[in-house]
Design a binder for this molecule. Structure first.
Ligand code: SF4
Length: 193
């Protein structure tokens, strides 16, 4: 059952367990990005599609085994539901390791490749033979992966996350970038990009 807890520095509250609509929204977004990426990569051939799908599966399992097992949401529904899935597949890790992990922009490269691989494939195919449908797929992918993901993360996932309070290297990296952007614009706000 979803429970809200008032916290002093949080914008409103944190979810001890995210509601099913939030998990559905988050997974709907991720699956849409994976589906668009797969449709674009499939135009290169079945071999490329198979390699891309193996890469996606590897990223998901790696995240569950290396990240989610140490998260405070282990055994509960985080925004993506992976806290629950990790508890079905792997033993609980060490919660102190979650916040102490080193996280840089380079750490984001594998996640970025989920989008960069299909965009690179789409660009390559477009140069060979322009196709409006392919261009629409690429634009849709960019919208979902950047503003879409940023919005869900900023307004739902990280915003109400208990782990954020306890320490999250990824969120700190994003927040640092937001602060730098806001400073360069003379602003102090945070939100969807
Ligand atoms: S703060 Fe954001 S990135 Fe960090 S664990 Fe929570 S939802 Fe994930």
């Amino acid at each position: 059952m979803t429970r809200w807890t008032k916290k002093r520095e949080m914008p409103a509250a944190v979810f001890e367990s995210y509601p099913s609509w939030a998990v559905a929204l988050s997974n709907g977004l991720s699956l849409s990005i994976y589906a668009l990426g797969s449709v674009i990569v499939a135009r290169l051939g079945w071999g490329f599609l198979a390699a891309y799908l193996v890469f996606l599966a590897y990223l998901e399992v790696h995240l569950l085994a290396r990240g989610c097992v140490h998260c405070t949401y282990y055994g509960r529904a985080c925004f993506s539901g992976k806290g629950l899935v990790a508890s079905w597949l792997f033993k609980r890790g060490d919660p102190s390791r979650f916040a102490s992990r080193k996280f840089t922009w380079l750490s984001l490269l594998p996640d970025m490749l989920v989008v960069l691989i299909p965009l690179g494939a789409g660009l390559f195919l477009s140069i060979r033979r322009f196709d409006w449908l392919l261009l629409s797929l690429m634009v849709g992918l960019i919208i979902l992966a950047f503003p879409g993901n940023g919005c869900v993360r900023g307004r739902l996932a990280c915003r109400y996350c208990r782990q954020r309070e306890l320490g999250c290297p990824a969120e700190e990296l994003f927040r640092r970038r937001e602060r730098e952007r806001a400073r360069s614009r003379g602003l102090t706000t945070q939100g969807c990009p």
